[in-house]
Design a protein around this ligand. Structure first.
Ligand code: NIG
Ligand code: FE
Length: 409
């Protein structure tokens, strides 16, 4: 196994352990270790030691006194889609709401048409280009949802693309089945009928081919209500998949309460989350995946992150990359927004895109911290410290990226 020594690290900023950080630990659990070195054995971190005690090694990467962290993890994206939706922006700026555009056949349904038309290879190439951009920005693992096919053939097509990105492309992509993303034209006005179809016709095929790890549902006014969402996630859990839920993005109709009740791994968006929902998430051990890029892009409020942290809900920050509500895969920008708009500390922000995001994708054991035994996913930042990383905005500060022990940038 090839060894790699990363020496002259100015500050190593990392959480510890395999569990999400919550409450005051989301800040206090992030350690700032000065003047150290990390020894990598193959794809695994072997040792962290003071720089002065670093062993001899043939392969050396000099961090030049800069900041090093674990690779960033984007725990919420809609990575696989055809087309873009730039033509909807003027409509939005004239005042059309997100759900209004969707109900008029635009939004997700617009992307549905383009995604159904696209071949598997076309979807692969587009997604590969995005993943390569993300890697260049220090993102070494990415969750990716289906949800723009909304029929058997096209949902499976999206999920097969995700599998290929992992197997052929070598990307660390975690697949989520989200056929319950919108009601397709074939079931217009019949969300119950569509959920029944998804549970009975699509989900078993996804399970047969082992194409996902998580099941997600868009629980929102005018999309799927709490009972339809409960049914979707219950079926998913019966097949052994873990639950995620798009909840309280626009209205608090009970999605975050449901997340807590069902022991979902994560609830996403949560802009409108109320005290009841936050308490339920805290009780159920649900990770809040917050999406500040979407708040920015939809000109909405920012989710009440401080309330969630005070209530003991672990917070992750993700991009929500998709062609409508957030056409940006820039997790560094989301970190800036987490700092400025959620008013999270730099340490809390780092936990939100490393250990908490790792746990939100079921990878707390292997990813999310720089510790012996964890996968060697690391970033050397063009930054002297963590404060600087969340303070600078609009520049890609990832200088060197190491994934599974390989220097990929
Ligand atoms: O998470 N809210 C629902 N789904 C996506 C948006 C998808 C789209 O607009 O294409 C989201 O923001
Ligand atoms: Fe989303």
């Amino acid at each position: 196994m090839a060894m790699l020594l990363i020496k002259n690290i100015g500050i190593l900023a990392t959480a510890e352990g395999n569990e999400p950080l919550r409450g005051s630990a989301q800040h206090a659990g992030v350690k700032l270790i000065p003047d150290c070195a990390v020894l990598v054995n193959g794809d695994t971190i072997q040792r962290i030691c003071p720089n002065a005690e670093a062993p001899e090694c043939e392969n050396v990467l000099d961090a030049g006194g800069k900041l090093v962290t674990s690779g960033l993890i984007d725990a919420h994206t809609h990575l696989i889609f055809g087309g873009w939706r730039q033509h909807e922006v003027p409509l939005k700026l004239r005042g059309a709401g997100y759900l209004e555009i969707l109900q008029a056949g635009g939004g997700i349904l617009n992307t549905l048409t383009a995604t159904r038309k696209a071949t598997e290879d076309e979807l692969y190439e587009r997604a590969e280009a995005v993943l390569s951009e993300m890697l260049d920005h220090g993102i070494t693992a990415v969750e990716a949802k289906s949800g723009y096919g909304l029929d058997v053939e096209n949902e499976l097509k999206q999920l097969r693309v995700i599998r290929r990105l992992k197997e052929e492309g070598g990307y660390n992509v975690i697949p989520t089945f989200m056929a319950a993303h919108a009601v397709p034209p074939e079931y217009k006005g019949d969300p119950d009928g569509y959920i029944e179809f998804v549970c009975r016709e699509i989900l078993p095929r996804v399970a047969d081919d082992e194409l996902c790890e998580f099941v997600d549902v868009f629980c929102e006014t005018g999309v799927f209500d709490v009972e339809q969402s409960r049914k979707m996630l219950t079926y998913g859990q019966a097949y052994g998949f873990k639950a995620k839920i798009h909840a309280d993005e626009i209205d608090a109709i009970g999605g975050s309460v449901l997340a807590g009740e069902m022991g979902a791994t994560s609830a996403e968006h949560l802009i409108a989350a109320d005290d009841k929902g936050i308490a339920s998430m805290a009780k159920g051990g649900v990770i809040a995946c917050l999406l500040p890029g979407t708040s920015l892009y939809l000109n909405k409020d920012f989710a009440p992150a401080r309330k969630m942290i005070s209530a003991g809900v672990p917070v992750a920050i993700c991009t929500d990359f998709n062609p409508g509500s957030c056409p940006s895969c820039d997790l560094q920008l989301c970190m800036n927004l987490g700092y400025l708009k959620y008013r999270m500390t730099p340490e809390e922000v780092l936990a939100a895109v490393t250990i908490n995001a790792a746990c939100a994708v079921g990878r707390g054991e292997t990813l999310g911290t720089v510790e012996p035994g964890k996968q060697a996913d690391l970033v050397i930042w063009n930054a002297p410290d963590l404060d600087y990383l969340v303070y600078r905005m609009g520049s890609n500060l990832a200088e060197k990226v190491i994934r599974k022990g390989n220097i990929v940038k």
